[in-house]
Design a protein. Structure first.
Length: 93
């Protein structure tokens, strides 16, 4: 099977091996939630924004969020940023 045919979960497992992250399905679901949250940060200006009915203060800048998403496209993950946002959302990865 070629890499472009892998499922999202399989890609997560490969990335998590490289970046020493948890490899459970629950961690994968938390990861997807955090990535969705970071995608919203990219498009927002200011220090706060609304996500799922809750107002959040940005822990990272829009530029940092863009860089995080860019590294994901290369199969790598900035674990520090991931955990910082995970802590804000009370999601353990």
């Amino acid at each position: 099977m070629k890499k472009h045919q892998y499922s999202e979960y399989e890609k997560y497992i490969l990335m998590s091996e490289k970046d020493k992250m948890n490899q459970t399905y629950a961690s994968f679901l938390g990861f997807k939630t955090i990535v969705s949250f970071i995608k919203e940060i990219v498009g927002k200006t200011g220090d706060t924004f609304l996500h799922n009915g809750t107002i959040y203060k940005k822990k990272i800048t829009s530029n940092e969020a863009s860089k995080f998403l860019e590294t994901l496209t290369r199969g790598r993950c900035d674990v520090d940023t991931l955990r910082r946002i995970g802590t804000q959302l009370d999601i353990r990865v």
